[in-house]
Design a protein around this ligand. Structure first.
Ligand code: DP6
Length: 317
């Protein structure tokens, strides 16, 4: 008899962002999004039978409400299963501003499916994981994935896209170690009150087609340009929200963004993307990543820089 099950999911960074919900109960997004799974950061999650749904991260007990609610969604969808102790080891540094909810909910969904012997494809697992956290839909697949927004619970899930031999790399800046002040879910609600919101959604649909073409053409310069435009426009929505406008930027964010422009002027391939925090991730290629990291580390002595490369899909132990 199975007594526990373990799955490993790597985190992903959106090159085309998910930033708004069409249905908050089902977690349907307003846009399709496109991501790169990262090798360096992952969550390993084991589920074992109860006494009650309870979450531990890196051995510390956590507020288990969100996990308990998600497990109840899975029970409703798939049929009952026992209460679970969920034991997660998180190798996603919170200070890197990478969404640990992506790898966490993907690993949890896969571990629960394995425990219960559900025979599901990665796309079906992705659909279920969406109810835990939107970005988790994309963490089942290696390298590049698209979360198709769909228009219903059945049609909104992610799938892999094949882009062989694209030497993409990210230089991840670890600017702030503090926990984010505005959660993604709350930030999206507020951003959706921007008068520019619908224009961002419309533009995103066009950019997604351009991005897919740029990936197939292996045009990393174009990939970077589109990703940066999409991300900076997303952050503009936060500033122009009519309900409690806000920003994730701090002074260092602006300084790093300026430095990226300068690196470009010097001929480097370097474009910025940012999520729900002050950290900047620089899209570049594997050849230039070490030089970019070194140039920035010299200039910003208090900021730490990591290099991240394409990573694997879901796996089991
Ligand atoms: C800025 O997946 O954390 O990282 O679905 O409410 O859990 P919920 O949101 P979440 O949002 C991620 C937002 C983002 C962009 C992205 O990953 O696409």
């Amino acid at each position: 008899m199975t007594t526990n099950a373990t799955a490993i999911a790597h985190t992903n960074i959106a090159l085309m962002k998910y930033w708004g919900k069409a249905d908050s109960k089902l977690n349907l997004p307003t846009t399709s999004s496109l991501s790169l799974t990262l090798d360096e950061y992952y969550t390993k999650t084991t589920v074992e039978e109860g006494p009650e749904d309870k979450l531990y991260i890196n051995e510390l007990p956590q507020d288990s409400k969100r996990v308990h609610q998600f497990l109840n969604v899975l029970r409703e969808e798939m049929g009952d299963f026992p209460p679970f102790t969920v034991i997660s080891v998180n190798k996603v540094p919170l200070s890197a501003g990478l969404a640990s909810s992506a790898s966490s909910f993907a690993a949890l969904t896969a571990a629960v499916a394995k425990f219960n012997n559900w025979d599901l494809s990665n796309e079906e697992l992705s659909r279920l994981a969406r109810r835990g956290s939107g970005s988790a839909t994309r963490s089942f697949f290696p390298d590049f994935a698209i979360w198709e927004k769909g228009d219903s619970d059945k049609t909104s899930y992610a799938h892999h896209i094949d882009v062989p031999d694209l030497p993409i790399a990210l230089v991840v800046c670890k600017i702030a170690g503090t926990v984010k002040k505005v959660s993604s879910s709350d930030g999206m609600v507020r951003a959706q009150t921007s008068p520019n919101y619908q224009a961002w959604v419309d533009e995103s649909a066009k950019q997604l087609e351009e991005m897919k073409a740029a990936l197939q053409e292996k045009d990393l310069e174009k990939v970077g340009q589109i990703a940066e435009a999409n991300a900076l426009a997303m952050h503009e929505l936060n500033l122009t929200a009519t309900d409690r406008r806000f920003t994730y930027f701090n002074q260092n964010t602006m300084k790093v963004l300026d430095a990226i422009k300068e690196l470009r002027a010097q001929g480097y391939l370097a474009y910025a993307t940012m999520d729900a925090g002050p950290n900047v991730k620089i899209i570049t290629n594997q050849e230039q990543a070490p030089a970019i990291k070194e140039a920035l580390a010299k200039r910003f002595r208090k900021i730490q820089f990591d290099i991240a490369t394409p990573g694997p899909g879901i796996s089991y132990e």
